[in-house]
Write a protein that binds this ligand. Structure first.
Ligand code: SAM
Length: 215
């Protein structure tokens, strides 16, 4: 039987109006993590990080995927309402994981301590193609506005990936075709990561994929 999708019904509270509601992209990422559940349980990742956790649906699900093994699931977001929503979602998810949240751009301020330590990194970035000026205009826009090729936010993180991951560490990334997935695969492969498109699905106009990178 599949793992339950974490309850995010509290997002109807107006204080979470700016928080990204789980959608097809979120669910595709959950599916990719669940498909890899046996491997992930075998690997026993102890330090897991979700960048841009939004509702906390993915972070909470990760705790379930890894149960009964204890792990630290650290979630960051630039939107303080998302950090709060993630705290609430993970707080009522049955799991042996320790959940921590912090408001941060990517993993800034944590970088010196996290370098070479992340066993599992997950990011569903703002990937929609928009004018660059739309990025971070509002908390809502931060959830989806990705600038040129929908890559401008993601491209700030890519150069850090190989330094952040532990040996054997994994990175799961949501992309659409406009993000030029092959270019991302080539870039991270050149840094020694093993890359694979593990899932893809059409959702309306979007052709979504999950890319998985192994250090
Ligand atoms: C597409 S939403 C994904 C939310 C959630 N992870 C999900 O899959 O439903 C992108 C999230 O990234 C956050 N975000 C955007 N830029 C960020 C950055 N530079 N650092 C951290 N979080 C960021 C947004 O606030 C938003 O919550």
């Amino acid at each position: 039987m599949g793992l339950p999708t974490p309850d995010t019904s509290h997002l109807c509270n107006p204080k979470y109006a700016s928080v990204y509601e789980p959608a097809e992209d979120t669910y595709l990422l959950l599916d990719a993590l669940e498909n890899d559940r046996a491997e992930l349980q075998h690997l026993r990742p102890t330090i897991c990080v979700e960048i841009g956790s939004g509702s906390g649906c993915v972070s909470a699900f990760l705790g379930q995927v890894l149960a009964p093994h204890a792990s630290l699931v650290l979630s960051t977001d630039i939107n303080p309402a998302a950090t709060e929503a993630t705290r609430q979602t993970t707080g009522h998810t049955p799991s042996d994981a320790v959940f921590e949240q912090c408001r941060a751009r990517f993993v800034q301020s944590l970088v010196p301590r996290l370098c070479g330590s992340i066993d599992l990194l997950v990011f569903n970035p703002p990937y929609v193609v928009t004018p660059s000026e739309e990025i971070d205009v509002t908390q809502e826009a931060s959830a989806w506005a990705g600038g040129k090729n929908g890559r401008e936010v993601l491209d700030c993180l890519l150069p850090q990936i190989s330094q952040l991951l532990a040996p054997n560490g994994r990175f799961y990334l949501v992309v659409i075709e406009e993000n030029r997935p092959q270019e991302i695969i080539d870039y991270l492969s050149a840094q020694g990561l093993l890359a694979q498109r593990v899932l893809q699905r059409r959702a309306g106009k979007e052709h979504l994929s999950i890319l998985r990178f192994i250090h």
